[in-house]
Design a protein around this ligand. Structure first.
Ligand SMILES: [Zn+2]
Length: 78
């Protein structure tokens, strides 16, 4: 009788584990379907000094526009 209880607990644990994995796999497949292969386009900025393109979030704004680095912002200011 004691072993039957242990068996039942193990069975339920395995069942829950498999169910969890199945949900996880379905979620992963859905997120893969919803996520585009290429990332969303980001706003690009062009360094006013060297002309390199970089994400606008990484650009440093200066007196003459945006710059790729503090060094170029400083060089453009001179
Ligand atoms: Zn630059």
């Amino acid at each position: 009788m004691k072993y039957l209880l242990v068996f039942a607990v193990v069975f339920v644990a395995i069942w829950l584990w498999r169910k969890g994995r199945r949900d996880e796999m379905r979620e992963r497949a859905e997120s893969r379907r919803n996520t585009p292969k290429v990332g969303a386009p980001k706003d690009m900025a062009r360094c006013a000094y060297c002309g390199v393109h970089l994400p606008a979030t990484e650009a440093l704004s200066g007196p003459g526009g945006v710059y790729c680095s503090a060094a170029h912002r400083q060089a453009a200011a001179q």
